[in-house]
Write a protein that binds this ligand. Structure first.
Ligand SMILES: *Cc1c(COP(=O)(O)O)cnc(C)c1O
Length: 485
């Protein structure tokens, strides 16, 4: 018998699919675009984006219906979903956050916060043409450094100054100008790494300098430097070991002694201060950090430092020192690639002016204001915030005022901590999961709150919290806080 297909029993008719949900229950794109919410979306985001978002919302609904989920949708519902999507996509990626980490100059959170005076100066420069490189007295071409040179020299005692993108750029430019193809003498104890990509040996090589390492990790002597100086030496580089300390059996050569050695050898001394500061922090009750004025007075030929560390301004790199060396640095074509724009220059100028009035500096410069906050003020703040926060978080969490040791951050005074007060939030059942969910929820707020998990508690260090109302408004948006546990 042939296996003719016809001899087989007829295949059963295909099982009818479940009745396809009538897609007619979805409105048309046009119908959605006519409702009030869609008009609002068009107003805010434009016609094209709104139409696309409505189509996407309808597609999703259709797919859900086919999968047997969900039911009919009104034009209003589709429009609302499209608008939510458009609003979420339009939210800026770079957003303000509450820095309650306890690290005042947090590199990952943007370091220093501008003084109001600097904000206003930056906004003015953004809104208008400015005499950036135009000498208003003579109607001739000017230099952008002219706007701050006088102030920087006044505040540091240096002969001359120039500014670049950041301190890493300052070090690169200085070494490339003074030591390209030449040995740069540096102590093995100062070949630092500062967060990720900035490694001193790497920067020196990229600048074209030949590393001439002297001494050992823990001890470098004056004779090590003296013996290393050769006729072809480009510079002696001193690096402030800003983010760590070597303790115990150690020896480093002081900047003053190094200046004498450099001068005797006819080699310029470059001192990379890192943070540096223009004000004597001891005056504000903080531990003394080397000031730029001291570094200049100790005889360094060139000093480099950051604009957005202790100085409390925008990201910038300062190069100050001998006039002839600054002139050479300014002639380096790399200067053009590393220079500052008008906005930051305006903010730098405004920030520097604040230093002329040291009495009011701690009130006007946010970085210094945070660093000098009194623990008793922070304790009072903790007492004010605690009940409000408890009401928002519900009974699953405990909240207690706690002593905090905050840090300056950005490598300044790494071993110094500042006595402060924070709020420690713990889950009542002691579970880490609830705490992690809370930390997660706080990071997803419209204005995210960034704290730190410490010893089974989420600690919100209050040192950098000034706008309590804005903080509470943001935390109030914590969705389902009661269910986080
Ligand atoms: C921070 C630091 C730098 C880099 O400065 P940026 O402003 O981050 O570019 C360089 N040297 C030292 C010693 C530093 O502390």
């Amino acid at each position: 018998m042939s296996a003719h297909p016809a001899s087989f029993p007829a295949a059963p008719p295909p099982v009818a699919p479940p009745p396809v949900a009538p897609l007619r229950v979805l409105p048309s794109v046009d119908a959605v675009l006519k409702v009030e919410l869609a008009r609002a979306a068009t107003e805010r985001h434009g016609r094209q984006a709104t139409t696309a978002a409505v189509r996407t919302a309808l597609d999703e609904r259709r797919a859900a219906l086919r999968a047997g989920a969900g039911g009919a949708a009104t034009p209003e519902e589709i429009a609302a979903s499209a608008l939510a999507r458009l609003d979420a996509a339009a939210a800026p990626s770079l957003r303000p956050v509450f820095n309650l980490t306890g690290t005042v100059l947090h590199t990952n959170l943007g370091r220093a916060i501008f003084a109001e005076e600097a904000v206003e100066a930056a906004v003015r420069a953004m809104r208008s043409a400015v005499a950036l490189e135009y000498d208003l007295d003579g109607g001739k071409r000017g230099e952008r450094d002219d706007h701050v040179r006088g102030l920087v020299c006044e505040l540091t005692g240096a002969e001359d100054a120039t500014l670049v993108n950041n301190n890493a750029a300052a070090v690169l430019l200085v070494l490339n100008t003074l030591s390209q193809g030449k040995p740069a003498i540096v102590s093995r104890g100062e070949l630092i790494e500062i967060g990720g990509a900035f490694r001193m040996p790497e920067i020196m090589r990229r600048a074209g300098a030949e590393l001439d390492e002297v001494g050992t990790t823990n001890r470098t002597h004056a004779r090590d430097y003296r013996d290393a100086i050769r006729p072809e030496t480009g510079v002696i580089l001193k690096v402030h070991t800003s983010n760590y300390r070597i303790e115990g059996f150690t020896k480093e050569v002081s900047p003053r002694e190094l200046a004498e050695i450099a001068q005797a050898g006819g080699v310029p001394l470059v001192n990379d201060l890192g943070s540096g500061t223009l004000a004597d922090l001891a005056r504000y009750g903080l531990v003394h950090e080397p000031t730029v004025r001291e570094a200049v007075a100790e005889g360094a030929d060139v000093v480099t430092f950051s604009g957005d560390k202790l100085l409390g301004g925008p990201q910038a790199g300062f190069i100050v020192g001998r006039r002839d060396l600054i002139a050479r640095i300014n002639k380096n074509p790399m200067k053009r690639a590393l220079r500052l724009d008008k906005v930051r220059l305006a903010a730098v100028e405004a920030t520097l002016r604040l230093y002329r009035d040291p009495d009011r500096l701690a009130a006007r410069l946010p970085t210094l204001r945070y660093l000098t906050r009194r623990p008793e003020d922070m304790a009072a703040q903790a007492a004010r915030l605690k009940p409000a926060l408890a009401a928002i978080l519900g009974p699953a969490f405990t909240i207690d005022a706690t002593a905090c040791r905050s840090q300056i951050g950005s490598g300044a005074l790494p071993l110094e901590t500042l006595e402060g007060v924070g709020l420690a939030i713990a889950s009542r059942d002691g579970s880490g999961g609830a705490l992690n969910r809370l930390a997660d929820g706080l990071r997803r707020l419209p204005v995210p709150v960034i704290g730190r998990i410490d010893d089974n508690a989420l600690v919100l260090d209050l040192r950098c919290l000034e706008d309590e109302a804005a903080f509470l408004a943001s935390v109030t948006a914590l969705e389902g806080a009661h269910e986080l546990a």
